[in-house]
Design a binder for this molecule. Sequence first.
Ligand code: PLP
Length: 434
Amino acid sequence: MVKPDSIALFDSTYATAQDDADKLAGYRDKFAFPVSPRGGRCTYLCGNSLGLMPRHVADVVQQELEDWATLGVAAHFDATVPWFSYHEVFRETGALLVGARPGEVVMMNSLTVNLHLMMASFYRPSGTRFRILMEESAFPSDRYAVASHVQWRGYDPTEAVVVATPAEGDALTIADFERVFSEAGDSLALVLLGGVNFFTGQLYDLQKICEMGHSAGCIVGYDLAHAAGNVPLALHEWGVDFAVWCSYKYLNAGPGAVGGCFVHERYGQDKSIPRLAGWWGNEPATRFQMTPDFQPRAGAEGWQLSNPPILSMAPLRVSLEMFNGAGMRALREKSIRLTGYLASLLGALEFAGVHVTTPGDPAARGCQLSIRLPVGSADVVDALSDRGIVVDYRPPDIVRVAPVPLYNSFNDVLRFVTTLADLLNVDLNGATPR
Ligand SMILES: *Cc1c(COP(=O)(O)O)cnc(C)c1O
C-alpha cells in the first residue's frame, strides 16, 4: 500500500505551491526547451547528460562571428571581448564555481584531454608507489585514460589500477576507502575519483577522501563532470591537487563545450613540474617571441596548450555568469528540495518494484537519482520520451533522472513520476499495481 501522506505528495497543489514560491523560477524562461513529440515543450530531466541551451547564447556567439567578420585578425585585441585574453574572463567565475582562488582554474580543452594533461604532470609513479585508485563504475573515458597512462609508463593496468568497491549495496562508504588505503595505500601514487559518480549519482565525501589520500602519501585528483554546477565544492580549502570537468552537462555550455581544469595554488608557481606544454601556457608577454625556453605562466593557465576556440568558449560566458548570478548556495538549496521531492514520489512506487540506487542522504548525492525498474528500462525510457519526458538509460538497467534547479520545476518532477506510474500500470489512487 502507498502511505496516505505519499499520496498527498502526488497532489499537484503541493508542486504548484513550491513552484510559485521558487525564487529561481525566473531562470527557466532563459532556456530553450526541446519540443515534445506530442506538442508543447518537453519535460527535460537530462541536464546530467546535456544541459539545455540558454537562449542568450545565440547572441553571444553571433557577436563573436560579427567581430570576426568586421575585425579579422584585429579581433584578437579589439573584439568586444578580446580573443587574446579570452580565457581570463573566467578567472573569477570559473574559480567561484568550484571553490577555488582566481588563478587556480582555467577553462580549456575538453575533459579527457585535461585529464591526460593532469596525469602527465601529477601521476609520478616511482619504485613501489605506482598504482592509481579509481571507483567502481568510473566513467569509461576515465578508465581508458588511466589505463593508457599506466601503460605509457610501462605498467600493466591489471596490476596498477586499484578499484574501490562497495562492501555492500551500491554506495561506497568511507569504511570502503579506509579498507583500500590500509591494504594498498603504500602502493598508490594517485587517487582519481569522480566527484559525483555518473552511474550511481553518489556524491563522495571529497574533503575526507582527499585527507585520506594525502595521509597515505598520494596525489588526489577529482573528475567533476557530474559535480561542477551540481554541488558546492571547496577545492582550494580541501587541498585537492587537481580537478577536471566538462561544461556541457550541468553547466549548459553546449555540446562538446570547453572544459575546466583546477590546479592547486601550491603547484602554481612551480615551473619545474613536468608538463605537456604549448605556447598558450607560456607567459603572455613573451609568448610571441618564440624563444626556445618555455616559460610557464603561473597557475592553472600555465597548462594551456593552444589558443582557445572562441566560438565554443562564448557560451561559457553566459553559463558561468548565470551560475554566479543564481549562486551555488541557492541552487543547492533548491536542488536538495527538488530531488528530495523526486525521492519521496519514487519511494511511493517502491512497492511496485521501483528502486532508487542513489544514496538517500541528500549530503551523499547531487540532483540526479539513478533508478532500477521492475521492467525493461530502455523501453520505459523510450515510452517516456514518446510522451515528451526526457531522461536517460545507462546499461545494464539504470534510468538516470536529474531535476536541475536552474530550469526544472516541482511540476516537472510530478509529471515524470505520474507518467512512470502510468507506464508501470500503477494506480496511484488505488495504490496497487494493476
Ligand atoms: C561526461 C564525462 C566524461 C566525458 O568526457 P569528454 O572528454 O568530455 O568527452 C568523462 N568523464 C566523466 C566522469 C564524465 O561524466
